[in-house]
Design a protein around this ligand. Structure first.
Ligand SMILES: [Fe+2]
Ligand SMILES: [Zn+2]
Length: 456
């Protein structure tokens, strides 16, 4: 357990934040899910997609760096498809040969009886397949591989599907997000979309969600200054995630809510809802009214800050990737929320080892009375002092006074937010969206349903 974790973190240290754009063939299990989780840091050249330039309109895949699988994989003209007792071998024109075991092929039959054509759910009774099942006939046809099984079932798999899902070896190339890490200079070229575009079409939502994924935040310009219009625009991405504070919120400074967010005090950079097992994915803010002073908003790119900490203080980065911090939300009488287990500040993908989530809210940290090692206590304080110092560097801070009509949405797994103290009257509205709902919309609007389902 410990060694696997250490290995994952070591991989992350060496590659995770270093700008890998495309997975090696053997590393990714599901190109869609994992590529979108991957961190890519540098504005690298764009070999796979001519339509991938940022800011274009109308075309898909605009801010993703895409290296597509061969559009139409074809089988070799020179080598035959063969099978033996255990497996079918499919030689491709590109020179590689995929091996598929019989039980796997039968279990993954794509026919309408075995796999529901719309829901893509398995309808086949897997356990009715004899473990030693064998084909009686294996035949290449124009549109794919045709197999007849002893026991009277026929299966057909398109070449594209077989190529996409080849597991020995993995073949396809991957679609990878090109995340752009930013510091204060992001203020010169703010990721922004127009309210009218977002409301008018899914192409507008594709542009919006891909900017959120690329930068970790995006402004929406021209939102009518009402809670109703704000709620409508956020729901263009997905339904709102409710919490103990409700669904869509609309508030002025109000200590009835028993949370510092509802006061007029300064809030240092933090992520929200660290007290949930799954912190909220996106958060939207829309300033509706403000008469007073102060209260400017603050954003910090947590992935960039993590990379700096890793490079400058690797020991502290490691500590914050391993030491688990208990958190809670207990201000209101009727709740005392805790995650099922404490989580570290930096959470890494269990397969690729890449950083996928920053959780940091020093206010919501509960008593830390469980330590794996006594020395971790001092190491932990050193690490959070180092982290705090990186987060407060002015070159990483984007500060701006929010304005009515300009809504801000950001990725709460990546970007930390805060605000200055303020005086006067300030009315803000907004909402949370769960990360999986955001990613579903991101992928479907940018790639289309057919492409996504092919990858399942
Ligand atoms: Fe917050
Ligand atoms: Zn079937």
């Amino acid at each position: 357990m410990a060694s696997r974790r250490t290995a994952a973190i070591a991989r992350s240290l060496s590659t995770g934040l270093a700008g890998r754009r495309v997975f090696c063939n053997h590393q990714a299990r599901n190109p869609w899910r994992e590529a979108i989780r991957a961190i890519s840091t540098s504005p690298a050249p764009n070999p796979g997609a001519s339509d991938a330039s940022a800011g274009g309109s109308g075309s898909r895949k605009r801010t993703f760096n895409v290296t597509k699988a061969d559009a139409q994989p074809t089988i070799s003209k020179h080598h035959k498809i063969t099978f033996d007792d255990k497996r079918v071998s499919v030689p491709w024109e590109e020179g590689k040969t995929s091996t598929f075991q019989h039980i796997w092929l039968r279990d993954h039959c794509q026919c309408a009886t075995c796999m529901h054509p719309q829901t893509k759910q398995r309808q086949l009774d897997t356990f009715s397949i004899p473990l030693n099942i064998r084909p009686s006939l294996v035949e290449p046809r124009d549109d794919g591989l045709y197999i007849e099984w002893w026991g009277d079932h026929q299966s057909q798999y398109t070449w594209e599907w077989l190529h996409r899902h080849s597991y020995a070896p993995r073949l396809e190339k991957y679609i990878s997000v090109q995340r752009k890490l930013w510091g204060q200079e992001v203020a010169n070229d703010l990721p922004t979309v127009k309210y009218d575009d977002v409301m008018a079409s899914d192409a507008g939502v594709a542009e919006w969600t891909s900017k959120i994924e690329t930068y970790g935040f995006c402004f929406v310009d021209g939102v009518p200054v009402t809670p109703e219009a704000t709620e409508e625009v956020v729901q263009r991405i997905a339904h709102i995630r409710h919490t103990h504070y409700g669904g869509f919120w609309d508030f002025t400074a109000d200590l009835k809510m028993k949370d510092m967010a509802y006061t007029n005090l300064a809030l240092p950079a933090h992520t929200d809802t660290t007290y949930f097992t799954e912190p909220c994915g996106l958060q939207m803010f829309h300033l509706l009214e403000f008469e007073g002073t102060g209260g400017e908003s603050l954003l910090v790119d947590g992935f960039r800050a993590a990379r700096m900490l890793r490079d400058e203080k690797p020991e502290s980065f490691r500590t914050l990737s391993t030491v688990r911090i208990p958190t809670h939300a207990s201000g209101n009488e009727e709740v005392s929320i805790e995650p099922y287990t404490p989580f570290p500040v930096f959470n890494h993908h269990p397969v690729t080892g890449e950083l996928v989530q920053v959780r940091w809210n020093n206010e919501d940290r509960a008593t830390m009375d469980r330590w794996a090692d006594l020395e971790d206590v001092e190491k932990f304080y050193q690490a959070i002092y180092d982290w705090n110092e990186v987060l407060k560097r002015s070159d990483g801070e984007f500060r701006q006074q929010l304005e009515p009509g300009k809504a801000l949405i950001f990725d709460n797994w990546r970007v930390l937010h805060g605000r200055g103290a303020f005086t006067g009257h300030r009315r803000m509205c907004g909402a949370y969206i769960a990360r999986d709902d955001f990613h579903s919309r991101l992928r479907l609007t940018n790639y289309g349903r057919e492409e996504i389902l092919m990858g399942l």
